[in-house]
Unconditional design. Structure first.
Length: 435
C-alpha cells in the first residue's frame, strides 16, 4: 500500500467531517480538532511497520465508505435475541448512533449510564477532565479518526463504594452497507466500586462496512471492573478497535475478549498500572476460518510496585485464516515486586492456516517475577485415538477437542446467558466442520 494511496484515503474521510456541532462545550470540538490535526500528519500503517508487519490492511484504501447515518427503523422485537437477560441496564447503538427506545436504564442513584449528549449536560466537568486522556491518538491514526468523527458515546459511571450486581450491556449493531461507524465507550469506576459490562459488536446483515471503535476505562483506588468484549460482526466487515485502561491503587481489571467475526479485525489493548498494588487478568480467544484475519496486540505497563498481571490468549484457526498475537509486558524501573505471567496457546486445524505469535517482556527492575510462553500446534492424535476408542467418530472427536480448547476461555465469562450462547456458537461451528 503506497503512502500516496493511504493519504488519499484519509483525505477522503476527512472531507466528510463537519465542524458544526450542537455541543454546548467547546472543549469537545477542540478535542476533535486536535484529532484532525493528528490524522493529517499520519498515514495508514503498512506491513513495513513493525506493529503491523503481519496484518495487511491495504484493502481499506480501496473503500470509499462514508460515515453511517442515523437509522431508526429497528424495533425491539427485531433485536430481542441480542439482549442479555441478566442485564437490567443496556445502551444500544445502531450504526454508531444511540437508540433510546431500544435501551433500558436503572435508577441513576445506583448506576449512572447514558450517551454523550446526556452526560455533557450532567457530568460535563468529569468528561472534560477524563475524556480522550487514555486512548492516545498522537501515533494511532485509527484512534485519531474515531476522535475526529466522534458524535456519540456509551458512558458508565460506577458510583463510589457501590457494587453493581447486574451486568451493563453496551450493544453496537451494524445494519448498513458500505459505511464506517465510530463507536465509543467510556467507563469510570469510582473508588471502591464494582461493575461488570459487556461490550458487544454484532451485525444484522452479512455485508461490508468498517467499525472503528475506541474504549477508555479509568478505575480509581480499589475499584473493580469485569470487561467482556464480544466481536461477532459480519465476516465481510473490517473491525479496528483500541482500548485503553488506567488502573489506580489497589484496583482490579478483568477482561475476556472473544473475536469471531470480521474479514479483518485488529484489537489493541493497552493497560497501565499507574499506582501500587493494581491487578489485571486478561483472557482472549480468536476463533476464525476461511480467509479471516484476526490480530490482537496487547501492552500491560507496570509503572508502580506490587502490580500483578495475568494473561492467556488462544487462537483457533482453520482453512486459510491468519491469526496474530503480540503481547507486551513492560516493567518500569520503580515497579519492584511485580508479578506477571503471559501465555499464548494456538491451535491450527488445517495445513494452510497461519498463526504468528510474539510474547514480549521488557523488564527494567530487578526484584520481579515474570514469565511468558507460546505454543502453536495441531490436535493431539493420541487424544483423538482415545476418543475413537470410546466409540466416537474421528470428526466428532476432533470437534469435541476443538470445542474444549476454546471453552476454557469462554467459561471465564461471568454472564451466564452470554457464556451459554457463545459456547453453543463454538459448538455449532466445530460440528459443522467450519473449524
Amino acid at each position: 500500500m503506497s503512502e500516496t494511496v493511504a493519504t488519499d484515503y484519509l483525505d477522503c474521510l476527512l472531507k466528510s467531517w463537519s465542524t458544526k456541532s450542537n455541543e454546548p462545550l467547546s472543549w469537545l470540538n477542540q478535542l476533535r480538532a486536535r484529532a484532525i490535526d493528528h490524522v493529517s500528519t499520519q498515514r495508514l500503517p503498512t506491513k513495513r511497520d513493525e506493529e503491523w508487519r503481519f496484518t495487511d490492511i491495504s484493502a481499506l484504501t480501496r473503500l470509499s465508505f462514508q460515515s453511517a447515518q442515523p437509522h431508526t427503523n429497528l424495533q425491539t422485537q427485531d433485536i430481542e435475541h441480542l439482549y442479555l437477560k441478566e442485564a437490567k441496564s443496556s445502551l444500544v447503538f445502531v450504526d454508531g448512533y444511540y437508540s433510546p427506545q431500544l435501551s433500558t436504564h436503572v435508577d441513576p442513584a445506583v448506576l449512572q449510564i447514558g450517551n454523550l449528549s446526556t452526560f455533557l449536560l450532567t457530568h460535563a466537568s468529569v468528561l472534560e477532565s477524563h475524556f480522550g486522556q487514555y486512548a492516545k491518538f498522537d501515533n494511532n491514526v485509527f484512534a485519531a479518526l474515531n476522535t475526529a468523527f466522534l458524535r456519540d458515546c456509551a458512558l458508565i459511571i460506577a458510583p463510589k463504594n457501590t457494587v453493581i450486581a447486574e451486568p451493563v450491556h453496551l450493544l453496537f449493531i451494524a445494519t448498513q452497507s458500505e459505511v464506517t461507524c465510530y463507536p465509543r465507550c467510556f467507563i469510570i469506576g469510582e473508588p471502591g466500586s464494582n461493575v461488570t459490562f459487556v461490550e458487544d459488536y454484532v451485525s444484522l446483515r452479512e455485508t461490508a462496512y468498517v467499525t472503528n471503535s475506541v474504549t477508555e476505562i479509568s478505575l480509581s483506588a480499589n475499584a473493580h471492573a469485569k470487561h467482556i468484549r464480544i466481536q461477532r460482526e459480519s465476516v465481510q466487515a473490517y473491525h479496528l478497535a483500541n482500548c485503553a485502561v488506567s488502573l489506580a491503587h489497589g484496583s482490579n481489571y478483568r477482561s475476556v475478549s472473544i473475536s469471531l467475526g470480521a474479514q479483518i479485525s485488529r484489537y489493541n489493548l493497552n493497560i497501565q498500572l499507574v499506582d501500587e498494588a493494581a491487578e489485571c487478568t486478561i483472557d482472549g480467544l480468536a476463533l476464525i476460518s476461511d480467509n479471516q484475519l484476526a490480530d490482537t496486540h496487547t501492552c500491560i505497563d507496570h509503572i508502580k510496585p506490587n502490580g500483578i498481571s495475568r494473561q492467556q490468549h488462544k487462537c483457533i484457526v482453520n482453512d486459510k485464516a491468519h491469526a496474530v498475537f503480540n503481547g507486551k509486558i513492560i516493567v518500569r524501573p520503580h515497579a519492584q515486586q511485580t508479578n506477571s505471567s503471559q501465555s499464548s496457546r494456538n491451535l491450527l486445524l488445517s495445513k494452510t492456516a497461519q498463526i504468528d505469535t510474539k510474547p514480549q517482556l521488557e523488564i527494567f527492575a530487578d526484584d520481579v517475577k515474570c514469565a511468558h510462553g507460546a505454543t502453536v500446534g495441531q490436535l493431539d492424535q493420541e487424544e483423538i485415538f482415545y476418543l475413537q476408542s470410546r466409540g466416537l467418530s474421528e470428526a466428532t472427536a476432533r470437534s469435541l477437542l476443538t470445542y474444549a480448547f476454546g471453552a476454557e476461555i469462554i467459561d471465564r465469562i461471568t454472564v451466564s446467558s452470554l457464556r451459554q450462547q457463545l459456547a453453543q456458537t463454538v459448538l455449532n461451528q466445530t460440528r459443522g466442520n467450519k473449524l
